[in-house]
Design a protein around this ligand. Structure first.
Ligand code: NDP
Length: 252
């Protein structure tokens, strides 16, 4: 009988960090479900890369801030790939950057709805389903936070930093709550990473280059470097790690 490959669900897997996690997971022997909100073509490119790596892979459309969508994303994943053993809670936005005083209610609400409520819906669904997945391998949740949670993102998006502070607390609580079930919960906190999230938050094309001197290692990170940390936390090499928050930030 063919051995069942572990199944990972990656929210926001169509672009950026989520896409890099999905591709690396496929290469490392996982079957992969990615979710996306609107960029179907990008999602299909990630699927093709996963298939090329020999994985079963599906893409499911849904908005993580909508509770019913999140339930459906898990249902569709299980129907296509079988029980889920890993969840990467990654989908997130910053919103248009500004000082807090100039920010709009819409910007703040969208960020909190997606980054906090969305992450909670995903975390809750994972907490409901992972305990019933076969426990013959690792079962993990990795929440994607940000070093913004400790830096505060002044003059850019303090609401976003606050949303990631919530992810850090969520990780600590979930890790303790799910440890008796044998499920490990950790966070990865990227620093400045080369994805489209930046150009979607500001028209300031020179921003990344201007901020580069603040990064001790002197360069912007690659999504693949964040993915390596996520895949490590999902693996049995991290079997005694839960409730941890790993910065992948070039020392920031
Ligand atoms: P990108 O903008 O490159 O990708 C965002 C992904 O999330 C896309 O797949 C997008 O789908 C999906 N998404 C956005 N909103 C929703 C929604 N409402 N419902 C479902 N999916 C959604 O972002 P990054 O890869 O840069 O960011 C990924 C995570 O990493 C985020 O949580 C972010 O906060 C965090 N992070 C990123 C840093 C960076 O410098 N890049 C630094 C620190 C943390 P679609 O393609 O359909 O739009």
């Amino acid at each position: 009988m063919p051995v069942q490959r572990p199944v990972v669900l990656v929210t926001g897997g169509s672009r950026g960090i989520g896409a890099a996690v999905a591709r690396l997971a496929a290469e490392r022997g996982y079957d992969v479900a990615i979710t996306f909100r609107s960029e179907r073509e990008a999602a299909e490119q990630v699927l093709a890369a996963c298939h090329n790596a020999g994985a079963k892979a599906v893409a499911c459309q849904g908005d993580v801030s909508v509770e019913a969508d999140v339930v459906r994303l898990f249902e569709e994943t299980e129907a296509a790939l079988g029980p889920i053993s890993h969840v990467v809670n990654n989908a997130g936005i910053t919103g248009k950057s500004s000082k807090l005083a100039q920010s709009s209610a819409e910007t703040i609400r969208a960020c909190i709805d997606i980054n906090v409520l969305g992450a909670l819906w995903v975390a809750r669904e994972a907490a409901r389903r992972l305990p019933t997945s076969p426990d013959d391998g690792a079962r993990t949740i990795v929440n994607i936070s940000s070093v913004a949670a400790s830096l505060g993102s002044p003059n850019e998006y303090v609401w976003y930093a606050a949303s990631k502070g919530a992810i850090d607390s969520l990780t600590i609580g979930m890790a303790k709550e799910l440890a008796p079930e044998g499920i490990r919960v950790n966070a990865v906190s990227p620093g400045m990473t080369k994805t489209e999230i930046h150009e979607r938050s500001t028209q300031d094309a020179g921003r990344l280059e201007r901020l580069r001197p603040n990064i001790p290692l002197g360069r912007i990170g690659e999504p693949e470097e964040v993915a390596e940390a996520v895949l490590f936390l999902m693996s049995d090499a991290a079997a005694y790690i839960t409730g941890a928050n790993v910065p992948v930030s070039g020392g920031r």
